[in-house]
Ligand binder design. Structure first.
Ligand code: SF4
Length: 460
């Protein structure tokens, strides 16, 4: 195994990552798609609490980001960490759609119509499990109740294996302008292990159709750390991905957590690349994408230099939510569908995670909130700090900041000695080397993290 230090260039600056440094910091930790993280949300938060916070959001008048979860997939990929119902029984889609329409009716009645929708996202599962007619019914229903701003981002996750040209044409006619394509890796052996066989041809054809239909931006999702993946195989995948010419790329670190996702037990741990090999693949991908004209965004995203997301990163307006990095800051998120999460009026709310429970609750009351959390002043402050770490890698210091976070600043000193952060009298900067340890920096500001908290995936 090649144990030489890794030396990728980040934003034009070469950094040195040693094996010792990785061993020191590679420990279980949250990915911070939310703060406080979902395991800390209490169970005694129900539909009435969610409604109260929706009303609080109305008072503030923030724009909206709407999310709809379509949980079905024909088969479950072995690496998947999404909330999925694996079934080939497509007749399950129609009752689910009807439940979703009911939830939209109920929710729309509580939201001020003047609040513009700046973002709508269909995620899953596989949103194109819905037929063209079902997708149209869903979107027309949303359009009936909510008003969209002219520059709204309307996006959908697409699985090229099960999406037809007709569905893409329908989505385009309905106003969809962004899409994210699942891919993960092109290598046949890795695809076999991942339980997801997807040819280059079907991926290329779906991208071409999306572009012909006027989609402004196409994102590709990749995963590193999959079983049987090697730096050589992944290098070949990166080249093929660049040939497809996406606008954005999300490169996720595979989280092997079989104690949370039982289907991951199908993976033989011996087939997984070790942490150091994973990091080599990640570093090579960063260099490859940067050399091809992409900016490295936050934790694991890449966007072409003239893409809106890159511009938002440069001018400090980029934001991060459950769907990843976005240009639409300050939106209240309203999630509908099984397991979906909302963040509105200073509170998280999550719908029932089991399909049957979700459908029963919506049928009975129109609401399915199962748990959530109303954030305290301290939570909101730390949420903002973690957001700054993941989006802009900079914290501004002040007398008040220093007093409030005295303990945390002290805890950052070893990270400063290791070159991960730089502490000056005016600010705390995450260095280019620190880009590999964002989760470790975030953990310093996490008031809920307990010592030895092993439920999360590893940070590097
Ligand atoms: S298609 Fe996507 S959501 Fe469905 S099982 Fe595979 S990775 Fe998970």
């Amino acid at each position: 195994m090649d144990l030489k230090p890794l030396q990728p260039a980040i934003d034009g600056q070469r950094v040195v990552i040693t094996r010792e440094l990785v061993e020191k910091y590679n420990r279980p930790g949250p990915r911070y798609t939310s703060y406080p993280t979902a395991p800390n949300w209490p169970k005694d938060f129900g539909p009435e609490d969610f409604e109260r916070h929706l009303q609080a959001g109305n008072k503030k008048g923030s724009p909206l980001s709407l999310y709809f979860h379509i949980p079905f997939c024909e088969e479950r990929c072995t690496f998947c960490a999404c909330s999925v119902v694996a079934t080939k029984r497509h007749e399950m889609a129609e009752p689910y759609l009807q439940t979703l329409l009911q939830e939209i009716d109920q929710t729309a009645g509580l939201v001020d119509k003047k609040r513009p929708v700046q973002q709508l996202h269909l995620g899953g599962g596989t949103p194109t499990y819905f037929s063209s007619a079902q997708l149209e019914k869903l979107v027309r229903h949303v359009q009936k109740y909510f008003s969209f701003s002219d520059d709204a981002e309307i996006s959908i996750e697409i699985d090229p294996r099960v999406t037809s040209d007709e569905q893409i044409q329908t989505l385009s006619r309905l106003g969809f302008n962004r899409t994210s394509l699942g891919l993960q890796d092109f290598d046949p052996e890795v695809q076999q292990e991942a339980g997801r066989i997807q040819s280059e041809e079907e991926t290329r054809l779906i991208m071409e159709t999306a572009r012909e239909c006027g989609f402004k931006s196409v994102n590709i999702d990749l995963v590193y750390g999959l079983p049987k993946q090697t730096p050589e195989k992944f290098r070949a995948t990166l080249k093929k991905v660049l040939d497809l010419n996406p606008d954005r790329i999300a490169l996720f670190n595979f989280a092997y957590v079989p104690w949370m996702h039982a289907h991951q037990r199908k993976i033989d741990e011996k087939d997984l690349p070790d942490g150091w090999t994973k990091l080599r693949m990640f570093c090579e991908a960063i260099e490859t994408f940067q050399n091809a004209g992409f900016d490295f965004i936050g934790l694991d995203h890449f966007a072409k230099r003239d893409d809106e997301l890159s511009r938002a990163r440069r001018n400090g307006t980029m934001y991060r939510n459950f769907q990843g990095y976005t240009t639409k800051a300050d939106c209240d998120l309203i999630g509908m569908g099984v397991t979906s999460i909302s963040f509105t009026g200073g509170a998280f709310a999550q719908n029932a995670k089991k399909l049957k429970t979700y459908e029963e609750k919506i049928a009975a009351t129109g609401r399915a909130t199962e748990h959530g959390m109303s954030l305290s002043e301290d939570d909101l402050l730390r949420q903002k700090i973690i957001h700054e770490i993941f989006c802009h890698q900079r914290l501004e210091r002040s007398e008040t900041f220093d007093l409030y976070f005295e303990k945390e600043i002290f805890a950052l000193k070893p990270l400063a000695e290791d070159g991960i952060v730089q502490i000056t009298p005016k600010e705390i900067l995450i260095t280019p080397l620190g880009r590999f340890f964002l989760r470790n920096v975030g953990m310093v500001f996490d008031a809920y993290l307990k010592a030895g908290d092993g439920k999360f995936s590893r940070t590097v």
